[in-house]
Design a protein around this ligand. Structure first.
Ligand code: FAD
Ligand code: DLZ
Ligand code: SF4
Length: 508
């Protein structure tokens, strides 16, 4: 008898466990654009347009490959607007009594499928290098789950950039070379831009009509929306940006949102590209001498190290992970996260890029918007929701450990051994933002003092009990303690003034 094969919006891979289990002659693939997925958080319209266009093209690709596909468009009159609802409707239409699928990347949807009105059997998502079992084995008995140790295992397992059982070049990690500030006049090439075709244009119009008044711009849509486009974007990255990717990986420049980053995460996470092919391409470019070792290693580490590790954490920690808040931070997200309307130049750059592109690069996410959020004591659940809404690459499996764990320390140190916090100095060192900011990064208190400077000390002071024993933070506590008492009082009073401006909803 016919079975249904569910293919979700981020499962657009040719090699998918559910399809492997299916039978082209008998089974029916179900794909559906539904409000339950567009609205469980109000996703950025650009992210929705990207996924719908990619879903429609993937459905056509599966049909061309001989599959029978039942595709529900968002505006279909009979749309029940949930994934279980669409499975039930498909079952009624085809006589199918069960469905199979590949395990979703969010506990929310896994639970919804467990409760679906027809039985759904889920196969593991094996589009990743490390299975849940393997991650558990690695984590078992370790006091700390540090990414670096995990990464080395993955290097050995994949044999990427290995010289026998030793890392190529003699070092596992070349991050030390990846912290250069961008020189003046640097013009990064940026990602490959794809002109929307008819399918994409139609989707953009649909999304504009339905979600156009949400946060986020749809103008100048340039994402690839199929596998060929994603492959062209990969080739472009390897050719033009990867050689310089390492050097300026942490650098930020006004008006240059992309720097030398890959802009591949939306494609990889939706399934249009696989981890193996992107890593092989980077390794080959290094072997042929086109790309320095620090760039190729740095990129490969992000994919087989960070990305796999983050996923391992999400599934190991379980559904309660997203509600953790060990620092008891409860300040609501300020309005300017949705408008970019703030005098802090670094924040307005990161936020306006995010509104326009549904993208910001790692250091903007971590050391600008994330850093401000933890320093100001913003509620981590609000912060996490914001990240899930605004980025085209965001699904809970990857967003939550990055935000709750790495950026907000709300998991108490499962992901990060110390909080990623800094004053304005770090931002000034890695960017040109401070030069044109209304605040002064060198001013520590009083009029015009950079809010990051004030909130940094306030954060350390508020969480002294938790962090003063951390050897990696001891130096900062010594610096604070050496300040004379009056000055410390002024810093804390000025920080409190900024926080009350925030609480009053005033512009800062
Ligand atoms: P590059 O800088 O060029 O990196 C190459 C690739 O490495 C990326 O495409 C991505 O696949 C992978 N990668 C790098 N770092 C990470 C990481 N920490 N976790 C997982 N993959 C990584 N990434 C997401 O894919 N989705 C998210 O929702 C997400 N939320 C984040 C939230 C915060 C607070 C922080 C600090 C990071 C977050 N990241 C997230 C990780 C990282 O910022 C993005 O993967 C990266 O910016 C994507 O852009 P890129 O392709 O240009 O990346
Ligand atoms: C993110 C998203 C959106 C906006 N819309 C859909 C959709 O209409 N149909 C669908 O199948 N998937 C969508 N997705 C992706 C899912 O939310 C994603 O599969 C889960 O969050 C699990 O990662
Ligand atoms: Fe950001 Fe402070 Fe620099 Fe302004 S002075 S750009 S607020 S770090």
């Amino acid at each position: 008898v016919t079975r249904l094969i569910l293919v979700l919006g981020d499962q657009l891979s040719d090699d998918l466990s559910a399809l492997r289990e299916g039978d082209k002659d008998r089974d029916v693939v179900v794909m559906a654009e539904v409000q339950a997925e567009t609205d469980y958080v109000p996703h950025h319209p650009r992210k929705i347009a990207f996924l719908f266009a990619a879903m429609r093209k993937h459905a056509a690709r599966l049909k061309a490959d001989g599959w029978t596909v039942r595709y529900t468009c968002l505006d279909d009159a009979e749309n029940t607007h949930s994934i279980p609802g669409e499975l039930l409707r498909a079952a009624q239409a085809t006589g199918a009594e069960e469905a199979i699928g590949t395990k979703p990347g969010e506990f929310r949807l896994i639970a919804a499928l467990e409760d679906a009105p027809i039985p759904v059997h889920l196969f593991p998502d094996d589009r990743f290098l490390c299975s849940h079992r393997e991650f558990e084995d690695w984590a078992e008995g370790r006091k700390e789950l540090r990414m670096e140790w995990f990464y080395r295992e993955m290097r050995r397992k994949t044999d990427l950039m290995m010289d026998g059982d030793k890392p190529a070049g003699g070092k596992w990690n070349y991050d030390h070379d990846n912290r250069k500030k961008a020189p003046k006049g640097l013009t990064p090439p940026g990602p490959l831009r794809h002109a929307p075709d008819k399918v994409t244009e139609d989707v953009i119009e649909l999304v504009r009509a339905r979600f156009g008044n949400r946060y986020g711009s749809l103008d100048d849509f340039w994402f690839a929306t199929d596998r060929d486009g994603a492959l062209a974007s990969l080739a472009h990255f390897i050719d033009v940006s990867l050689p310089t990717f390492g050097d300026y990986q942490d650098a930020m420049v006004t008006g240059q949102p992309f720097m030398f980053h890959a802009l591949l995460s939306p494609y990889i996470n939706a399934g249009l590209l696989g981890w193996r092919e992107v890593c092989d391409a980077a390794e080959a470019a290094w072997k042929s001498g086109d790309v320095p070792i620090n760039a190729a290693e740095g990129f490969i580490r992000q994919i087989i190290g960070w990305r796999e590790y983050i996923r391992g954490i999400y599934f190991r920690e379980g559904p309660d992970y997203t509600s953790r808040n060990v620092l008891k931070a409860d300040r609501p997200l300020p309005e300017f996260y949705w408008t970019g309307d703030t005098d802090m130049h670094c924040m307005s750059q990161a936020i306006t890029t995010t509104m326009q592109e549904a993208y910001a690069h790692h250091i903007q996410r971590l050391m600008v918007t994330g850093n401000f959020a933890i320093l100001a004591g913003l509620n981590p659940q609000d912060v996490s929701d914001w990240y899930l809404v605004v980025y085209a690459d965001a699904y809970e499996w990857v967003e939550a450990p990055n935000v709750i764990g790495m950026s907000q320390f709300a998991d108490g140190g499962v992901v990060a051994s110390k909080p990623y916090v800094s004053g304005g100095n770090y931002i000034n060192k890695m960017s040109d933002y401070c030069k044109t900011c209304a605040y002064s990064v060198t001013t520590k208190t009083g009029d015009g003092a950079c809010p990051f400077n004030l909130l940094y000390w306030d954060f350390l002071n508020r969480h002294r009990e938790r962090f003063q024993g951390n050897p990696r933070m001891a130096q900062m506590y010594r610096t604070w303690d050496r300040m004379d008492e009056d000055r410390r009082g002024t810093v804390l009073a000025d920080a409190a003034a900024i926080l009350s401006e925030l609480d009053a909803g005033n512009r800062i």
